[in-house]
Design a protein around this ligand. Structure first.
Ligand SMILES: *[C@@H]1O[C@H](CO)[C@@H](O)[C@H](O)[C@H]1NC(C)=O
Ligand SMILES: *[C@@H]1O[C@H](CO)[C@@H](O)[C@H](O)[C@H]1NC(C)=O
Ligand SMILES: *[C@@H]1O[C@H](CO)[C@@H](O)[C@H](O)[C@H]1NC(C)=O
Ligand SMILES: *[C@@H]1O[C@H](CO)[C@@H](O)[C@H](O)[C@H]1NC(C)=O
Ligand SMILES: *[C@@H]1O[C@H](CO)[C@@H](O)[C@H](O)[C@H]1NC(C)=O
Length: 361
């Protein structure tokens, strides 16, 4: 609940910042002075929200205006979440049951690695998982894991043994790499985006009513008119992250010989945040369908301070499948969410920009 509250306070800003960014990037968009649609002040979160850029019809030709009953051209239909024509396509998936025993090692609230009591005497080793290229990981040498300390690597293969059995999993635990810079005089807003693949607004309401309820209670701005710019995950994120569309930007499609790596040619907004002293994160939980890798050529270098692709790639290798739902015997999305919490907590006092994308079906 508290995490959600924090997340949301931050998420609101993502929307505002994106609106600003699109406006400020004249290379890809020619937008005249934005129309301030509304200014809201939320007493609970103490956030002032300025909504920009909605077409209120005032700039339209008079002749056209006269023909419009309602000055907005784009009327977004209000659909019933339980509409009889679609509701038959939705069902509740059965919970994932894991037959394996409990994970031996876990990361506690203070970000330290702990052994469960039943395995107290076990010996554990870690091996760093790190980025070599977007398609190849580097695996470090075996080191002894000191229980009760931070995991020595942000992404690690952990192997343990006691006298009779062994256990292995890959673990993820955020380690602080960026310090607060002195020249940040005033408090800055942080941005955290959490996205869920293949979801649309109505299904989010259908399946996550508690989350929607909390957001509404907090006075969140629900962007009912927001839409994807094309078809596919890149068409959601390329415009959000660069201010341009794939067609407007240089070629990055991997089946073309002359395609560029995305970080060589896309003006990713996280670079600007990074230059401004922000800690940055990009954490997508499925590597083979990566938004910048599936059809596009991917990154030449880790694009953000925290980049989880090597970790999820390794976990997929361990399970020999691309759609991994688990870390050992835990649910993978819980580890992914813990990582988001760590990002918010470890960088208290440092402004943050993060994109968390959930893709596993
Ligand atoms: C929010 O706070 C302002 C100033 O303290 C007050 O005037 C206003 O009534 C409050 N709004 C709500 C909805 O509580
Ligand atoms: C839709 O159906 C669900 C399950 O029957 C129900 O809990 C929910 O209140 C309904 N929502 C609306 C808006 O009718
Ligand atoms: C493993 O064996 C050693 C010596 O036989 C014993 O001292 C130790 O307690 C055992 N450890 C566990 C975890 O069973
Ligand atoms: C890349 O190659 C394609 C196909 O050969 C060509 O149409 C395109 O103009 C090339 N693009 C660049 C940036 O060289
Ligand atoms: C982001 O940084 C790039 C490179 O320095 C710059 O060209 C661009 O204008 C910046 N964008 C914004 C919105 O500040």
């Amino acid at each position: 609940m508290r995490l959600l509250h924090n997340l949301w306070s931050i998420l609101l800003l993502a929307i505002v910042c994106t609106a600003f960014y699109v406006r400020l990037n004249p290379k890809y968009r020619k937008i005249s002075a934005p129309i301030v649609v509304a200014q809201l002040y939320n007493n609970k979160t103490r956030i002032k929200i300025t909504i920009l850029g909605q077409d209120d019809g005032s700039r339209r030709k008079q002749k056209l205006k006269a023909n419009e009953k309602n000055s907005m051209t784009c009327n977004i239909p209000k659909l019933d979440v339980n509409g009889s024509d679609v509701i038959k396509f939705f069902s509740d998936p059965s919970p994932i049951h894991c037959k394996q025993g409990e994970n031996w090692v876990y990361i506690d609230k203070d970000n330290t690695a702990r052994l469960i009591p039943e395995r107290k005497g076990a010996n554990c080793h870690t091996q760093a998982i790190s980025f070599e290229t977007d398609t190849r990981n580097m695996i470090g040498p075996k080191e002894i894991l000191v229980v009760g300390k931070e995991l020595p690597h942000e992404m690690a293969i952990v192997t343990c043994s006691d006298n009779t059995t062994t256990w292995e999993a890959s673990l993820l635990s955020l380690r602080k790499v960026k310090k607060a810079t002195k020249n940040i005089q005033r408090k800055r807003w942080s941005v955290l985006m959490m996205s869920f693949d293949s979801e649309q607004k109505l299904n989010f309401r259908r399946k996550l009513p508690t989350t929607v309820g909390i957001l509404e209670e907090l006075g969140a701005v629900i962007m009912n008119g927001y839409n994807i710019v094309g078809d596919g995950t890149p068409q959601v994120f390329i415009p959000i992250l660069t201010g341009g569309t794939e067609e407007e930007l240089p070629l990055t499609r991997k089946r073309f010989d002359n395609a560029s790596f995305v970080d060589d040619v896309y003006p990713f907004i996280w670079s600007n945040f990074s230059q401004a002293g922000y800690a940055t994160l990009f954490a997508e939980d499925q590597s083979n369908l990566g938004m910048m890798n599936y059809r596009l050529k991917g990154f030449r270098r880790p694009p953000t301070d925290h980049y989880t692709r090597p970790y999820f790639k390794q976990n997929e290798r361990m399970w020999r499948t691309n759609n991994v739902r688990r870390v050992g015997s835990d649910l993978q999305h819980k580890h992914w969410l813990r990582y988001a919490r760590q990002f918010l907590e470890v960088y208290k006092g440092v402004p943050r920009f993060g994109l968390m994308h959930h893709c596993v079906r």
